[in-house]
Design a protein around this ligand. Structure first.
Ligand code: ATR
Length: 267
């Protein structure tokens, strides 16, 4: 369920998972306006639906419609997966684990002791800070157009003094970032804000949470400014889907074959 939702690749991904694992599933796109979210979920439950993915703009609103939340959904402040079990609705979030599986597993990054820069301070950033902290980085810097939103997030995860906030044009000097993640929604609007080009130093890996059939504005920007690699979020998309599939069906699909089938990587 999303609004809009017609661009979603999830039906293709879940169809491929189902074929691969021999599961009999039906996964359809449901375009649901914010006003109709509650009744659409209730109707889905009444008609025997087993699981839902929830996407923009409903990921936060849906929290209050679940009977139970997993810890990772609570910390992320958002749910992308609902599980309908024994008459109750469990809200979970598989985005963070999806990102980690892509970065650490598919792409082979090692983040312990590294400095990570996240661009943007909206819902997407909130969802990935806790999972990234689990990898043991030296620091996480959140850079945002609006400083206050980055500061709010840094304080929320404030037990870890290694999470700090700044503006795009006020980066901490001489920090070598191993990984820069674009979590802004600027690319959806075709915009390339004045990202901090000086933050890209030797060997820097750039990752865009967004993805497209052609390079996203951020992945083009990163390649142009000397990133060692610039990758779009296809892997995260497939990995979060695999985790949801596992929650619903109890079977873990092989993601690498599906990732090859659906993705285009900007280099
Ligand atoms: P949410 O995820 O909370 O719904 P959003 O409006 O989609 O929020 O924005 C997500 C992030 O993208 C925010 O950090 C936003 O910056 P601001 O906090 O300054 O609004 C960032 N963003 C969106 N468009 C942008 C642009 N053109 N330039 C810079 N940052 C942008």
């Amino acid at each position: 369920m999303g609004y809009p939702v017609s661009h979603s690749r999830s039906p293709v991904i879940h169809r491929l998972f189902a074929l691969q694992t021999g599961q009999n599933i039906q996964y359809e796109l449901l375009q649901v306006t914010p006003q109709n979210l509650e009744s659409a979920i209730a109707q889905f439950q009444r008609t025997g639906g087993k699981g839902l993915n929830i996407t923009v703009p409903h990921k936060t609103e849906v929290l209050r419609l679940a009977d139970q939340l997993t810890e990772r959904a609570e910390v992320a402040g958002a749910a992308n997966t609902l599980i309908f079990q024994n008459g109750s609705i469990i809200g979970d979030n598989t985005d963070g684990i999806g990102l980690l599986r892509d970065l650490l597993g598919n792409l082979g990054l090692q983040l312990a002791g590294c400095n990570i820069l996240i661009l943007g301070a909206g819902g997407a950033t909130r969802g990935i800070i806790a999972p990234l902290l689990e990898t043991g980085p030296e620091s996480i810097t959140i850079a945002n157009r609006t400083l206050e939103k980055a500061q709010d997030l840094a304080e929320r995860f404030g037990d870890s003094a290694n999470v700090t906030a700044c503006r795009f044009n006020d980066m901490p000097p001489s920090t070598h970032f191993s990984l820069i993640i674009n979590a802004t929604s600027a690319g959806f609007k075709g915009e390339t804000p004045p990202y901090p080009a000086a933050a890209i130093s030797d060997g820097c890996f750039c990752y865009d949470l967004s993805y497209g059939l052609t390079a996203t504005p951020f992945s083009r920007w990163a390649a142009k400014h000397g990133a060692a690699r610039s990758v779009m979020g296809w892997g995260m998309l497939v990995e979060q889907a695999a985790e949801s599939f596992y929650l619903w069906r109890g079977v873990r699909p092989n993601t690498s074959a599906v990732l090859k089938q659906i993705s285009v990587t900007a280099s």
